[in-house]
Design a binder for this molecule. Structure first.
Ligand code: GLN
Length: 307
């Protein structure tokens, strides 16, 4: 067995017995997730793919979609306009917080729901169907294969997503969201329901690690500048209210999601992804945080660590 697979297997074996955390239930369909599912995947800059455990189990991408859709909107708008519309400051609050600037109504950052909904609305398209098609194309290009969405998860969130709709209405009244809040959140719910595996997420993360070039397909998905800005936002805002401690302990740009997905990027080295549904109080995958903390320490990946 190659040394990387061996290391992932070893990590998987050591962390599997950890039973802490709760599977999210506020989107009813997510409550069906198996808390014992645990997959780890890694994609190198040469496009080599490694995995351990249930890395081929499909699940809805949820908030792990946010950096990739941000990269798409950033490509459309350019850095100045993007920053004028959605901020880049950690909110210090939960993922579903009402974190809007008082004077402008601008959402704090694109990694929490308010900013992510505003970002989805900024993806250029003639109509909502075309907007979602562009989002799905973009996520698929990052993953290097054609993705689809989970209609049951989408319907479940659309039925129970009043808080996100409320955020969208608030933003429209504050002047920071264009378009119909109901339609925009509908597209956002579809985006969150896109089906991926840990193996897909590792390729997506590796594409950011390689400056926007997919190391498996060789396709340029976004520019180096867009990848750098996206990673910077992930580093400061990717782990919700746990972002500061994460940067301290792990030191890598990352993004988590409520279904238990978690990606981390070691720029110029690899992308890594975890799937494990039980979450901690901040909404981050318990096994994911433990696994990536161990990987970072073992391979000295902390961004502040001098090579
Ligand atoms: N679709 C979820 C929501 O908006 C995404 C949140 C998450 O993954 N943290 O509530």
């Amino acid at each position: 067995m190659d040394p990387v697979t061996e290391a992932l297997d070893d990590l998987h074996r050591r962390i599997s017995p950890l039973k802490d955390g709760e599977v999210a239930t506020y989107i009813p369909q997510l409550a069906h997730a198996d808390p014992d599912d645990f997959g780890i995947a890694l994609t190198s800059m040469a496009g080599h793919r490694y995995q351990a455990g249930s890395a081929d189990t499909p699940f809805s991408i949820q908030s792990v979609s946010k950096p990739f859709v941000y990269a798409l909107a950033l490509t459309d708008l350019g850095p100045e306009e993007m920053l004028r519309r959605v901020g880049a400051e950690p909110s210090g609050e939960a993922f579903n917080a009402i974190s809007l600037e008082e004077d402008t109504g601008r959402p704090a950052n694109p990694m929490i729901n308010a900013g992510a909904i505003a970002t989805t609305a900024l993806v250029e398209a003639p109509d909502p169907a075309a907007r979602f098609a562009r989002i799905l194309d973009c996520l698929s290009a990052f993953a290097g294969r054609r993705l689809d969405h989970d209609e049951d998860v989408y319907a479940s969130e659309a039925e129970t997503g009043d808080r996100n709709r409320a955020l969208a209405y608030l933003m429209r009244s504050a002047g920071s969201l264009e378009g119909d809040p109901h339609t925009v959140t509908d597209t956002y719910f579809r985006q969150c329901s896109v089906r991926v595996t840990a193996a897909d997420l590792a390729v997506m993360a590796a594409t950011l690690a390689k400056g926007g070039l997919n190391p498996v397909t060789g396709a340029r998905v976004v520019t180096q500048d867009v990848a750098v800005r996206t990673l910077a936002i992930m580093a400061t805002c990717g782990m919700y209210d746990g972002a500061g401690q994460w940067l301290l302990n792990v030191g890598l740009p990352a993004k988590s999601g409520v279904s238990g997905g978690l990606i981390a990027v070691s720029p110029g080295r690899f992308g890594v992804a975890i799937y494990s549904p039980p979450l901690d109080a901040e909404g981050n995958s318990v096994r994911g945080v433990v696994a990536l903390t161990a990987v970072s320490a073992r391979f000295q990946l902390h961004l502040m660590h001098a090579p």
